[in-house]
Design a protein around this ligand. Structure first.
Ligand code: ZN
Length: 281
């Protein structure tokens, strides 16, 4: 049997149920629909396996119009930005290395680092950071929210809905990109989007909104009711996730076809552009 290459994944199909995938799916579909990936990390442990030149090549291979990149530490983002300033949108992560997702909240030196880099480089946002509920009241978190306000940039927040409410209580004009849409159910996401007009929601590292390459029941109405609020993202939170950037963009192009074209375009890239504009980028 003659094997064939699956267009969007680069997988080599063979007999029966088995198929073999190339490590790097370079046989990507032509980039019909531009896509902005709003959730990319290029952290220190990815630098060796995927050098900056290769990382930029992957972002281009995916047909990305832009990639919002935040890294532990920020040098990773700056490496990519230096190679592709038209493609890479720098977002400032409060982590210097892996393993700081909990400890950073109590570490005042984070604020010094953020302040120094904000005065030296240009960013569209601060994040992605992890926090839950009452964490938002901690001095470090309050200062992070204050810095985003001072620079007029967005917060990329991996938080629960309680924390979302606390952020907007501290700064009702905050711009917030809600990482993974809080891993919440459509009803909870809807409640937050209804309440906060400056809340955008990324779909990174989620797949329950898609069933057989179509928008899943319960999600379609949410996308239609809030056509200007959802963004796409791969979330390359481990080095191995870089292998999915191309596949994720192509998979997104597939399921977006089940939405009316203007809504698909919004989720694919226009909402991300709108957020950048709001953030003065
Ligand atoms: Zn992430």
């Amino acid at each position: 049997m003659k094997p064939s290459i699956h267009k969007s994944t680069g997988c080599l199909f063979s007999v029966g149920m088995f198929y073999v995938c190339f490590l790097m799916p370079l046989v990507a579909a032509a980039a019909e629909l531009p896509v902005i990936d709003a959730h990319i990390h290029y952290s220190h442990d990815a630098w060796e396996a995927t050098p900056a030149e290769k990382a930029v090549e992957i972002l281009r291979e995916a047909g990305l119009k832009k990639a919002f990149v935040s890294s532990s530490g920020d040098e990773g983002t700056q490496k990519l930005y230096a190679l592709a300033p038209e493609l890479v949108v720098p977002v400032l992560r409060p982590y210097r290395k892996r393993g700081e997702t909990s400890s950073w909240k109590y570490d005042e030196s984070v604020i010094t680092m953020l302040s120094e880099r904000l005065s030296e480089y240009r960013y569209a946002g601060i994040g992605e950071f992890h926090a839950f509920g009452e964490d938002i009241e901690l001095p470090v978190l309050r200062q992070v929210i204050g810095l985003a306000k001072q620079y007029g940039i967005y917060l990329h927040a991996h938080v629960d809905s309680d924390a979302i409410q606390r952020i907007f209580k501290l700064n009702p004009d905050a711009l917030v990109l809600w990482a993974h849409s809080g891993f919440d159910e459509p009803d909870e996401i809807r409640a937050m989007l209804e309440k906060y007009p400056n809340l955008w929601s990324d779909l990174a590292f989620r797949n329950e909104h898609v069933l057989l390459d179509q928008v899943a029941p319960g999600w379609g109405k949410l996308f239609m009711d809030f056509p200007q609020r959802f963004l796409l993202g791969t979330d390359t939170y481990t080095p191995a996730r870089w292998y999915y950037v191309v596949e994720h963009a192509d998979w997104s192009r597939e399921w977006l076809k089940s939405l009316p074209e203007p809504v698909a375009k919004n989720i694919a890239w226009r909402n991300a552009e709108a957020l950048l504009k709001k953030a003065g980028y």
